[in-house]
Ligand binder design. Structure first.
Ligand SMILES: [Zn+2]
Length: 259
């Protein structure tokens, strides 16, 4: 085909494509699909570092529902998760079924974990086993914690089989799915392997990975899959030492610290 012939074919193709191009803005304006990966029962010194490296490499943000007693072994995990662009939720202190506890004991389970999370802790909780009743709801509400359940449970703790976990999630995922996974409570090599497969598969299907909105402590800019933007989140400015000649005003308590 001569050069002129080729140009003619291209012009014809462009003309034919015009109606399609005109339809593009509506498609482009469509909101991206979102999936929320959540990890319970950690942090765990064997599993969590592997998972964090994987999520960092893939620029994926997730939500971690931590146990106070696990966090107590290394409280810096809360800050580490937050600085890495993840959200931290409260999964109680010792993973008891809260519906069997008194309101006072429920409060203690949540409050002690909240204290350890510090400012990295989001305003959300996930009751162990998903067990909720009026007492749990009331105490959670008093502590400013929104209960967050899940919509997909591949039972990764029972089926330590990466293919099973991957297939289960892919067969059920839809926009705004909340996937329940675990980084604590036992060996989680299958879970981590499944996440490694799931991330590119879900991206191929048009999903972005975000933190659960109720669990965020700082506003995210853009979407969480571009968490590179948050690699250096703003830190509070150090308070200058008071002028010894001036009366010292009591420090303002940030809203997050007063919970
Ligand atoms: Zn759990």
């Amino acid at each position: 085909m001569g050069k002129r012939g080729l140009l003619g074919v291209l012009a014809a193709l462009l003309t034919a494509a015009l109606p399609i191009a005109a339809a593009q803005p509506a498609a482009a304006a469509r909101k991206p699909k979102v999936v929320y990966l959540t990890f319970d029962d950690g942090p765990n010194s064997l599993n969590t570092p592997h998972l964090l490296r994987l999520l960092h490499r893939e620029r994926v943000s997730a939500t971690f529902f931590v146990l106070g007693q696990a966090l107590a072994l290394d409280p810096l995990y809360a800050t580490q998760l937050w600085l890495a662009g993840h959200a931290v939720g409260n999964h109680t202190w010792s993973h008891q079924d809260l519906t069997f506890l008194s309101p006072l004991a429920i409060r203690d389970q949540l409050r002690s974990t909240q204290r350890l999370e510090g400012p990295a802790g989001g305003a959300c909780m996930r009751p162990p086993y998903g067990a909720m009743n009026t007492s749990v709801r009331t105490v959670a509400s008093e502590l400013g914690l929104t209960p967050v359940m899940w919509t997909i449970d591949p039972q990764d703790w029972a089926h330590q089989d990466a293919a099973h976990i991957t297939n289960h999630v892919l067969s059920l995922v839809q926009d705004r799915s909340i996937v329940l996974l675990h980084d604590g409570g036992g060996p989680r090599a299958a879970t981590i392997s499944a996440v490694r497969t799931l991330i590119p598969q879900l991206r191929l299907r048009g999903y972005e990975f975000r933190t659960i909105p109720a669990c965020r402590v700082a506003p995210l800019t853009g979407n969480a899959t571009r968490m590179i933007d948050r690699a250096d989140p703003p830190r509070p400015k150090p308070t200058p030492p008071p002028d010894p000649g001036q009366p010292v005003a009591p420090p303002a308590v940030p809203a997050e610290m007063s919970r």
